[in-house]
Ligand binder design. Structure first.
Ligand SMILES: [Zn+2]
Ligand SMILES: [Zn+2]
Length: 387
């Protein structure tokens, strides 16, 4: 029986897992109910899971002399209300609107597929269930906690649900496929005062406005037009009343690039522009990089090896040449091991799944769990067979 056929039989169990996770969403790095569920389910399958950092890991080994392939799922939700109208919708102030409940349920499905055919594996599959993808800290923290060692990981694979693609279809790319992301916080200090006496104060709102304009011009005037860069400030806060000059202002934004060299240069230029602009108006500015991840840079050999496994299974995985300006904190694993990444179709508008990730109305067709589990398992098995 193929992984795909067996995954079809596991469908109901995966739906049960997914709906439990969906109804119990948790945000950020601390996911007590979610990790408890993952620990329990892995134990039921015969694994000996352990907590690592704030995530969960477990291994399944066929040939102990073979290499180690890591499969990763993220488990965290978003701090927003759900408006999907589903009977199992979240009633909490957070919700699984990025599909990480699907990822966790499909990796649990893959865990069972791999455990049942343990003897056939030419090496070890290590499972990585990580917290904090949305806060871009989870993968980094598990790498620091040692997920890539004991046993040492040789290659890895991650995945993400993608809306508005038919169920049963997925995709993968090679090279740089997703953007780097830097969450920047700019704190501007001026000197508060009476709105009628601006000359006795230093107006941080004025400084902030100049900084905002200068930073946008940095993109239009200093970046090669053939490059893709986004710099968005989605938060600009300061002041309490019309006639009071506040003492400080905070701006928060995100920088996305597909080129590490450009990213490094822009981060440096952003700092220079902020501090010098603030100084020019007699204030000061401090730039902090709150969360950051590098671009997702797929390894050709790892991608092709997993893809051959998918082909044998009859999975409809299409090689894509496009990039996305979203980011993935799994790219932190790439700094250490070659890896690949796939996306899984979650249903089309005709299926009632016509809105994007992070939308409060998002829905996925749960049949995607079957294909996701088979894609994880067969990709890992194929890579181990070839290496
Ligand atoms: Zn997300
Ligand atoms: Zn996500």
């Amino acid at each position: 029986m193929s992984y795909l056929q067996r995954a079809q039989e596991l469908y109901e169990q995966m739906v049960t897992d997914r709906r439990y996770l969906h109804q119990h969403p948790e945000v950020g790095m601390d996911l007590p109910e979610t990790t408890e569920h993952v620990m329990r389910r892995l134990t039921e399958m015969g694994y000996q899971p352990r907590r690592l950092g704030q995530g969960v890991t477990a291994t399944v080994t066929g040939n102990p002399e073979g290499k180690v392939f890591l499969l990763r799922a993220d488990m965290d939700a978003l701090p927003m209300e759900e408006k999907s109208g589903l009977p199992f919708a979240s009633r909490r102030s957070c919700a699984h609107t990025c599909g990480h409940d699907m990822h966790t349920a499909m990796l649990l499905g893959a865990a069972q597929l791999l455990k049942e055919r343990e003897g056939e594996l030419n090496g070890t599959v290590k499972l990585m269930f990580q917290p904090g993808e949305e806060v871009l800290s989870g993968a980094k923290s598990m790498v620091e906690a040692g997920i890539l060692e004991h046993p040492h990981v040789d290659a890895a694979m991650g995945a993400h649900m993608i809306p508005m693609i038919p169920v049963g279809f997925g995709g993968y790319g090679t090279g740089v496929v997703s953007a780097s992301s830097d969450h920047l916080v700019i704190k501007i200090e001026g000197k508060g005062g009476h709105g009628a006496h601006p000359h006795t104060a230093v107006d941080p709102i004025n400084i902030g406005v100049h900084i905002h304009l200068a930073l946008q011009e940095l993109i239009s005037r200093e970046v090669d037009p053939m490059e893709t860069v986004v710099l968005t400030f989605g938060k600009f806060q300061g002041g309490e009343a019309a006639n009071i000059i506040p003492s400080s202002v905070v701006m928060e934004g995100t920088l996305r690039t597909f080129n590490e060299e450009l990213r490094t240069r822009l981060l440096e230029r952003i700092r220079t522009v902020c501090t010098h602009t603030a100084q020019a108006f007699q204030g000061s500015a401090q730039v902090t990089d709150l969360y950051s991840v590098c671009a997702l840079n797929i390894d050709e050999d790892t991608a092709q090896s997993a893809a051959r496994g998918w082909q044998e299974e009859g999975l409809k995985m299409i090689r894509r040449g496009d990039k996305m300006s979203g980011s993935e904190d799994f790219s932190e694993v790439a700094a250490h091991v070659p890896y690949t990444f796939f996306v899984m179709g979650g249903g089309t508008a005709e299926d009632g799944c016509g809105v994007g990730l992070h939308s409060p109305e998002i829905r996925f067709r749960e049949e995607a769990l079957i294909y996701g589990a088979a894609t994880y398992a067969s990709g890992a098995a194929a890579w181990l067979r070839e290496h």
